[in-house]
Design a protein around this ligand. Structure first.
Ligand code: AMP
Ligand code: MG
Length: 404
């Protein structure tokens, strides 16, 4: 990519994806896989349900007997869940059954307990029960067949998928290993919360926002460092972080100022620049490169709104891509009120998502007073991406939304 050439967000995203190295695979116990990306296909261990399964508590009978007009059945025995199949002795008998039990041999339907009366070892029908075979029986293989593909590699493992993997008998599954991510804030003006602060200094809030974003998305191997605007120190510390981390997320130091040393230092460390600057607001100075061992290095602009927007628009999807996660359908929403934005750049506009009386969600614009005004982000849900203007986007304009 040509140095100094501005690219669109779409091209930036593709440029990142095409250079990422896929993260390694590890085998983890199922309980540790929530939020992980599956890296193998999972097939059905057995038919599902694995047997004709009783779906109601009641009496199992042969529907032939109902056809013959029998209303009173001798209770022969019981079939509880988790017990081997019993056999119906004759057509006039019934077997008491529990939800989840295998349907007794010789029976083909279940009469719910509510439609019966039980007395002295007999069960009498309380009402007319249709003689329809397999009433209240979940038939073997009704949901899926043995060997069917249940979960594809690339699937994000949430509660339903974890349950499916468990049903397939998987005690451990192969998932993407979590990347080691290092957050590095840069800037001589930045002071840690809790430390004394002078008038000309600023709280180091970006690192907290970045860490919170990563943690919200389940990334656990996250480190945090602060590096002053000093070339020598920056070289030393970034060299170390590059040896121990697969992803480095820097904030600050990528603009045009004298102390914006990040691109220069990264290049000295053999991190190949893929692009510098994107046609967007906020976040125009964003930098991206690939380290000597394939490390993904993101130089996010330091202005707090830019940092957060770039992190969510580029870094988070890039990590998902490196984990082999299937790309999700982007979430799209309509603007709740018109927006005017003149520059011919992509505009990332913070929004609060609200529902109208019909339950429809709308993106309510919440403009900031510039990319340093992160106080305006409180109470917002994310931002929308508005394509390059000059333009007025009307109420109802539908576009992609990214959530914090
Ligand atoms: P820079 O991109 O380094 O030129 O920084 C742009 C602006 O963002 C400056 O006003 C910085 O003080 C501010 N800034 C940079 N890094 C952080 C941070 N970690 N937390 C809060 N503000 C920051
Ligand atoms: Mg700076």
């Amino acid at each position: 990519m040509l140095a100094g050439t501005l690219i669109t967000p779409r091209l930036a995203e593709e440029a990142i994806y095409s250079r990422l190295t896929c993260l390694p695979i590890e085998s983890l116990p199922l309980t540790q896989c929530v939020g992980a990306t599956l890296r193998e296909n999972i097939y059905a261990e057995r038919d599902q349900p694995p047997f004709d399964r009783v779906a109601m508590d009641g009496m199992a009978v042969d529907s032939e007997a109902l056809l013959r007009g029998i209303k009173r059945f001798r209770i022969q025995g019981m079939q509880a869940a988790g017990t081997p199949q019993v056999k119906l002795a004759d057509g006039d008998a019934a077997i008491e059954v529990m939800t989840g039990a295998i349907l007794p041999l010789g029976c083909d339907c279940v009469i719910p307990i509510e439609q019966l009366e039980v007395a002295e070892g007999y069960s009498s029908l309380r009402e007319d029960v249709p003689a329809v075979p397999y009433t209240n029986v979940d038939r073997r293989g009704n949901h899926s067949r043995q060997g069917a593909l249940l979960l594809e590699a690339g699937t994000l493992l949430r509660a339903p998928e974890i349950a499916v993997a468990a049903s397939a008998g998987m005690a451990r599954v192969r998932v993407s290993s979590q990347p080691a991510i290092m957050i590095v804030s840069t800037g001589d003006e930045l002071i840690e919360p809790g430390d004394p602060i002078a008038e000309f200094q600023v709280r180091r809030s970006n690192a907290y926002a970045v860490a919170a974003t990563l943690r919200t998305r389940g990334f656990g191997r996250v480190g945090d460092d602060h590096v002053p605007d000093n070339e020598h120190l920056m070289l030393e510390r970034l060299a170390l972080h590059l040896t121990t981390h697969e992803v480095v997320v820097l904030s600050g130091g990528v603009s045009m100022g004298k102390f914006d040393l990040v691109p220069k230092v990264l290049q000295q460390l053999g991190v190949q620049q893929v692009f510098h600057k994107i046609e967007q607001r906020p976040g125009k100075p964003m930098w991206f490169g690939i380290g000597p061992q394939g490390q993904a290095v993101f130089g996010l602009p330091g202005n707090p709104v830019s940092t957060l927007v770039c992190l969510i628009r580029y870094v988070i999807p890039a990590i998902a891509e490196a984990m082999g996660t299937k790309r999700a359908q982007p979430e799209r929403l309509a603007l709740a009120s018109p927006v005017t934005f003149q520059p011919a750049l992509t505009y990332f506009l913070p929004v609060a998502i609200e529902h109208d009386d019909w339950g429809r969600p709308w993106a309510n614009p919440r403009r900031t007073k510039g990319s340093g005004d992160f106080l305006s982000l409180t109470g917002t849900d994310g931002f929308v991406e508005l394509p390059p203007g000059p333009n007025t986007y009307p109420k109802g304009f539908v576009t992609t939304v990214y959530r914090w």
